[in-house]
Design a protein around this ligand. Structure first.
Ligand code: GLY
Length: 375
């Protein structure tokens, strides 16, 4: 069957609504290699996309490319939302989640609540390549990783251990008491850096400020990365340490294929970072890809998914204010977008952005589209 015949049959099946995007696909016979990801701190997204593009340009597979890209972030102890150095669960144990999809073979693999392995992306890729299963969790996932020679390691860093201790100190009963403070029944004190410095003298003010902030505002973080090569082949991955201070065993959206990640080789891929529970309520990544299937451009596909999140809160801006959620979408044609519920995390925070690397090798941040604007 020639390409033209298969294209026209698909266009008929998709209906008239698909035409604008279908025309864009037909106009671009061979897509330009593109990698997108979440932004992440410490230039994590920019480095991830650059690395993935390097693998693609060397002729590597698109899944190997995204795994190599996110590995940089998983192994970076400074990113407290992914891999080594990720913030732990409520028992102080780091549990990692990851899912990946390979377009050409239409296979997927995932791990959930994996302990002791710095690179869950590599284990998810092994589930995809070496088993007939889609997902392994907890102890089974760890045993599986060990069979492939991975060593169990302590994933806590000095920084993430400090943040955990800080969180324990901030867990108070109604009268302000916490068992994790040495002064019995003291009234709650103002949380000043000077006071924290007395308790944790070995840390600088910046580290204490960060640890206090993550203790009282548990973050979600995560990195999602989607790749496209010049032949039109695609892959995608999402990897995370999940919600800080979670109940042991909690899995968010990242390891859920269709939630934190979805890829259809005929259409494109999508992924999410931020509050996984809200994403799962709208099957976000799958919704975004299906929207693109029905002819929406990536940015509109994302905005529609964000509207569904907002709908689940009756569009009540007060209840939506603390919700942090972002989507990323890459169409098979090379068209892409990042989108966030809010224009910025805090009223004075930086604009929401994502990372992208195109075939010229230039990896950079671009502004995300957004649904709501902070006052
Ligand atoms: N999106 C990451 C999580 O909620 O676990």
């Amino acid at each position: 069957m020639s390409k033209d015949i298969s294209f026209s049959r698909r266009a008929v099946m998709m209906g008239a609504a698909a035409l604008p995007l279908a025309q864009r696909i037909s106009a671009q016979a061979s897509p330009k290699a593109t990698v997108i990801s979440s932004a992440n701190d410490f230039n994590g997204g920019i480095n991830c996309c650059a690395k993935a593009m390097e693998v693609i340009q060397a002729g590597g597979d698109t899944l190997d490319a995204v795994v190599a890209g996110v590995n940089l972030v998983e192994l970076d102890p400074r990113d407290s939302s992914v891999g080594y150095g990720g913030l732990p669960n409520e028992e102080g144990v780091v549990e990692l989640d990851c899912s990946c999809m390979h377009g050409p073979t239409r296979r997927g693999g995932a791990v959930g609540a994996l302990r002791g392995i710095k690179t869950p992306s590599k284990i998810a890729q092994l589930v995809l390549a070496e088993t007939e299963h889609m997902m392994l969790v907890g102890e089974g996932a760890l045993k599986f990783a060990k069979i492939y020679g991975y060593q169990e390691e302590d994933l806590l860093t000095d920084r993430s251990r400090l943040a955990f201790r800080m969180w324990k100190r901030e867990m108070r009963d109604r009268s302000g008491h916490t068992n994790w403070e040495s002064i019995t029944d003291a009234p709650p004190k103002p949380k000043k850096i000077a006071e924290l410095k007395k308790v944790f003298p070995q840390y600088d003010e910046e580290t204490l400020g960060w640890a206090y902030d993550v203790a009282v505002n548990p973050p979600h973080g995560t990195i999602n990365c989607i790749s496209l090569n010049g032949k039109g082949e695609m892959s995608a991955i999402t990897t995370t340490s999940g919600m800080a201070w979670k109940i042991p065993g909690r899995c968010g959206d990242s390891p859920i294929i269709g939630g934190g990640l979805w890829l259809d080789q005929d259409i494109g891929g999508a992924g999410s970072t931020g509050r996984g529970e809200e994403n799962l309520r709208v099957a976000g990544a799958h919704t975004v890809v299906e929207n693109m299937r029905h002819g929406m451009a990536p940015k509109d596909a994302i905005l529609d998914a964000l509207k569904r999140v907002s709908r689940n809160f009756d569009h009540d801006l007060e209840r939506l204010a603390p919700i942090d959620i972002h989507f990323y979408a890459l169409h098979k044609s090379g068209e892409y977008a990042g989108g966030s519920l809010w224009d910025r995390r805090t009223p004075k925070g930086a604009p929401a952005q994502f990372a992208v690397c195109t075939s010229d090798g230039r990896s950079r941040h671009e502004n995300s589209v957004f649904l709501l604007q902070r006052k």
